[in-house]
Write a protein that binds this ligand. Structure first.
Ligand code: HEC
Length: 726
């Protein structure tokens, strides 16, 4: 029954990095070296690459003006409009059958790969869990340099949804990476050496960063995450050259007694505070900008996608209700000052983790006979929004999947027509979409040729219930994951039966679906669309596939031993077009989902690069990832029912976020621990034995008795489900 390969921790055990082996060894040695040692290891660089690297600087300057050469992929979404569209046509719907693997690189991680690489002037820059950055020769995978920011592993515990990194920024000869522990670091693009580094968060609070920085108007912008753990969200702009802070915009009001706070948001925080009640600031409020940003250089407007409330349950955050601005909103700011210009709130009084952090795409669309400059978003809440990006005016909003939290959007007020039954109390309420959302981080794409948006969507359901009590000193979700077993079971069964995912091609003008490609289950990846009439996407069926952009016909696929959840990119070097994608299953879905992925057998996470006529092949799947080891039956429960009940509660508060509600799956299925893991339980949970793999020690929050109670609860759950995994 063990579905996820158990494997040695990061830096341990035998690794077989095809193109990276030498570097990995060096990096491993450095990991133990004193922190003053230079962490970057430039390798001998062949002359051809050097010549290209010189071109990088000028390419990066072009990028600054938003005019990336069409051959390159120099920003997360390739261009400032975040369309994930490429004008390259060498690979197209006529010759796609000849697409083959050009090269690949093993990624030394067991965690999710959510980021897309950048490619500039023949150099491919990639980022992986723990924010390790690697520069490759984009034509053959030769490693040029590697930089490990040495993120302390204890930050793994703060990352609700895996220790992922969603990408890099490039500008004027520098590569920017934001780290899980809240630093923003500028690297020299040629050597990988750090140029400057700033701490963007207060490390005494539960902040993390998983998003990609963006460079707009000479400033590097970065948000943060942590709304599952009581933080207050904001975006900061730093001078791209020096790292000096320029402005900061808080997304939710702070303690009114401490206003003004000298932030760009000061001018609008009083307005926002009117939409909150009680002592909201004590719980942080949330509103983290953990992923998406966009920028229109003509309007000089930056758009930030704001996340969910902290804690989730509004009752424990703003007991008298209220819209709770700017949670779950798109907010437009002036790029020079950081000052508020307009906002649109997708989910007033948000309490289902309905972030509006999902990617925002610009396009020019003819709506009601008039050309509009729009910004489009499909946030978690299941609607697809089209707004005028100059004014924030709502132009249209329609659902992309079946949902029950709202029946539509009132176009007069722009507000959702909410279903009152989804405002939850102590009894679990079934709400759709669930916290994973109808659309999550996986980037969508827009083609100015087909005028369609390619959107990976999921139909999801989840039971939400408020906790009996909440103490802002111990931040969390303010929800409950235990009790009301019959209600929970009903919701879980319904969710299991109805959850599904598909790639949806959507006409944003008519708000209709033009075609869809159903997946076996939800969990497929981000999207790339090209002028070759092709849409590329990684699939939960462990394949990488191409579809005709106009019709959705599948025209190519290759088994890749992994689920490429990240968005692919494409670039051209020396007249050859390449498609690149990070293939590594993980992230929030893998963390919180139940045992839905029982048939998912995956191999090593890899960076995969394709070209026409490519002939590289992947080595066979490692034996341990295709053979399910014989499971030893769980040990007998060795504690009273009271202890097990206490363990259940503690599990819900501390572990369910990553190991699944009722321990039904998640990042590691704790119903299926091996005898060795049972023996090591305290060493893992309190001793931090697996910290390098994302399972940091809980010694600061759990006593030995409490950890043992959780262990006994898990043993009880294992026995309950021994013959019946669902
Ligand atoms: C922030 C996410 C996160 C939270 C919260 C979390 N874990 Fe983990 N846990 C992980 C990850 C990631 C792994 C996988 C580590 C590995 O592959 O070795 C893991 C692995 C484990 C393992 C080893 C399982 C095995 O079969 O190898 C145990 C035991 C465990 N966790 C217990 C707990 C307990 C108990 C709690 C709550 C007190 C908890 N975890 C909370 C992320 C988390």
């Amino acid at each position: 029954m063990r579905r996820f390969r158990s494997s040695p921790g990061r830096g341990g055990g035998a690794r077989h990095g095809r193109v990276t082996e030498g570097v990995i060894l060096v990096a491993r040695r450095l990991r133990r070296a004193p922190s003053t040692v230079l962490r970057t290891v430039p390798l001998p660089v062949p002359g051809r690459i050097l010549a290209r690297a010189l071109a990088v600087v000028s390419a990066l300057l072009l990028t600054a003006a938003g005019q990336a050469p069409s051959a390159d992929w120099a920003m997360v979404g390739r261009t400032l409009d975040e369309q994930h569209f490429s004008p390259l046509t060498q690979i197209n719907d006529k010759n796609i059958g000849r697409l083959g693997l050009a090269w690949y690189a093993d990624i030394q991680t067991e965690r999710g790969m959510e980021g897309s690489p950048l490619e500039i002037g023949g150099v491919l820059y990639n980022v992986q869990p723990w924010n390790i950055v690697t520069a490759y020769d984009a034509t053959n995978g030769k490693v040029l340099w590697r930089y490990d920011p040495q993120v302390p592993t204890r930050f793994g515990r703060l990352a609700c949804c895996d220790i992922v990194s969603r990408g890099l920024a490039a500008y004027d000869g520098k590569i920017y990476v934001a780290t899980l522990d809240g630093r923003l670091i500028a690297l020299d693009a040629r050597s990988g050496r750090p140029v400057w580094s700033v701490l963007t968060v207060d490390n005494s609070k539960n902040y993390t960063i998983t998003g990609a920085p963006r460079v707009y108007a000479g400033k590097v912008l970065i948000g943060n995450g942590g709304a599952e753990m009581g933080v207050r969200g904001y975006v900061t702009a730093y001078d791209a050259e020096t790292g000096k802070q320029d402005w900061r915009f808080y997304t939710v009001p702070g303690d009114p007694a401490k206003m003004p706070e000298g932030a760009a948001s000061d001018s609008v925080m009083a307005k926002a505070a009117k939409t909150w009640t009680g002592q909201w600031w004590k719980a942080g409020g949330g509103g983290t900008v953990w992923d998406s940003l966009a920028y229109d250089p003509k309007l000089r407007l930056v758009y930030i996608g704001v996340g969910n409330g902290s804690p989730w349950a509004q009752h424990w955050r703003s007991p008298g209700g209220g819209d709770n601005l700017f949670l779950a909103s798109i907010v437009a700011l002036n790029v020079d000052t950081g000052h508020y210009v307009w906002h649109y709130q997708t989910t007033p009084g948000e309490e289902w983790d309905y972030t509006a952090t999902q990617q925002m795409i610009f396009a020019d669309l003819k709506i009601d006979g008039r050309m509009r400059q729009v910004i489009m978003q499909a946030p978690k809440n299941g609607f697809f929004y089209v707004l005028d990006r100059r004014t924030g005016q709502l132009l249209s909003a329609k659902t992309t999947v079946p949902i029950n939290w709202a029946s539509g959007i009132d176009m007069k007020t722009g507000r959702p027509i909410e279903n009152p039954a989804v405002r939850y109390g102590k009894v679990p309420a079934m709400v759709s979409p669930g916290a994973g959302g109808a659309h999550n981080f996986n980037p969508m794409a827009y083609s100015p040729l087909t005028h369609l948006v390619y959107l990976p969507v999921s139909e999801t359901y989840m039971g939400y219930a408020a906790a009996d009590s909440f103490d802002p000193a111990h931040p969390g979700l303010g929800t409950s994951f235990s009790g009301y077993d019959a209600e929970r079971k009903k919701i879980s069964e319904y969710a299991d039966a109805h959850s599904r995912g598909w790639l949806s091609a959507r006409d944003p003008v008519t708000q209709t679906e033009i075609w869809r490609t159903p997946d076996e289950q939800k969990g497929s990846g981000g999207v790339l669309v090209t002028a070759g009439n092709l849409v590329f996407q990684g699939n939960i069926a462990t394949t990488f596939a191409a579809y005709r952009a106009d019709t959705g016909q599948k025209v190519w696929q290759m088994p890749v031993q992994q689920v490429p959840i990240a968005a692919p990119i494409t670039y051209m070097v020396d007249g050859v077009q390449y498609i690149a994608v990070n293939a590594g299953w993980g992230g929030g879905l893998a963390h919180v989902e139940r045992s839905n992925y029982t048939k998912l057998f995956i191999g090593k996470p890899r960076l995969l690069v394709f070209k026409l006529g490519g002939t590289a092949t992947l080595p066979p799947m490692p034996k341990e990832s295709v053979e399910v080891p014989e499971l030893a039956p769980p040990p007998k429960v060795a504690a009273s029912a009271d202890v097990v009940a206490k363990g259940e509660q503690l599990y819900g508060q501390n572990c369910a976020l990553c190991h699944g509600v009722e321990a039904r799956g998640g990042v590691k299925d704790l119903r299926h621990m091996s005898p060795q893991t049972h023996a090591d339980f305290l060493a893992i949970v309190l001793g931090g034995r697996r910290a390098a793999n994302g399972m940091a020690s809980f010694a600061d929050v759990l006593s030995k008795d409490q950890a043992e109670a959780i262990h006994q609860y898990l043993v009880a759950r294992a026995n309950e489900d021994w013959d019946n995994p669902k």
